[in-house]
Design a binder for this molecule. Structure first.
Ligand SMILES: C[S@@+](CC[C@H](N)C(=O)[O-])C[C@H]1O[C@@H](n2cnc3c(N)ncnc32)[C@H](O)[C@@H]1O
Length: 210
């Protein structure tokens, strides 16, 4: 079975039960007009791209990119430009996008700090990063996730102790909102690239469970 088909089939129950709703929310605030989707995978977000914006979708995996190209042809909307590349070394000039959007990327990449620095670099000042991520839950469950993380990461390449907010701040973003569900394991994070002079002394926004 092709890799992209296997990915979509494996995720399908969760898509129907939960993720479609959250993908729609992820994209609902995107105004563009220049939008970069990072780690676009098999193109499960494409149907939620808002009309009238120009989306560049980047992924490092050629099989997923091929699968997403077929999907975008079937969708009938504005097809995104597909780019094979690394989120750790984006092939775009500084300040070339108004929005950067990604779902389930930070749990997959090797170097999350570098990816966020790159997202910050290619965003214009005042631009927005929107992330949908599965994250480490709070409390005792979080401790269990932390202990199991190296084992899971080695076998499945997935980071279950993902905690993006401090990394976002370190990369120069101001976290505007964090919406959570499923015991805080699913989070929609919206963060802004603020001009340097305005970015001092920002506090964390409260998390909103949905
Ligand atoms: C868990 S999948 C998520 C795919 C899609 N965003 C979704 O929501 O279904 C992670 C994706 O990130 C891509 N990826 C992982 N590391 C990457 C990197 N360094 N640069 C670009 N894409 C990467 C993988 O190829 C894969 O398509």
């Amino acid at each position: 079975m092709r890799k992209g088909v296997a990915y979509d089939m494996g995720l399908w129950p969760l898509e129907v039960a939960l993720l479609r709703r959250w993908r729609r929310r992820l994209w609902s605030g995107v105004r563009g007009p220049r939008v970069l989707e990072l780690g676009s995978g098999t193109g499960l977000n494409f149907r939620y791209h808002p009309p009238g914006v120009s989306v560049t979708a980047l992924d490092s995996d050629p099989d997923y990119l091929r699968h997403s190209a077929e999907r975008s042809r079937g969708d009938g909307g504005d097809a995104p430009s597909l780019v094979r590349g690394s989120a750790e070394a984006l092939p775009f000039p500084d300040s070339s996008f108004d929005d950067v959007v990604a779902s389930f990327l930070l749990c997959s990449v090797e170097d999350r700090e570098r990816v966020l620095e790159e997202a910050h670099r290619v965003l214009r000042s005042g631009g927005t990063l929107r992330l949908l991520e599965h994250c480490k839950p709070s409390g005792r469950m979080g401790d269990i996730f932390s202990r199991a993380a190296p084992w899971v990461s080695e076998r499945f390449g997935d980071r279950i102790d993902n905690e993006p907010t401090p990394l976002l701040r370190a990369a120069g973003f101001e976290v505007r909102s964090v919406d959570t569900t499923a015991g805080r394991t699913l989070r929609l994070i919206v963060a802004d690239k603020v001009p340097a002079a305005e970015s001092k002394g920002m506090d964390s926004p409260p998390e909103k469970p949905s």
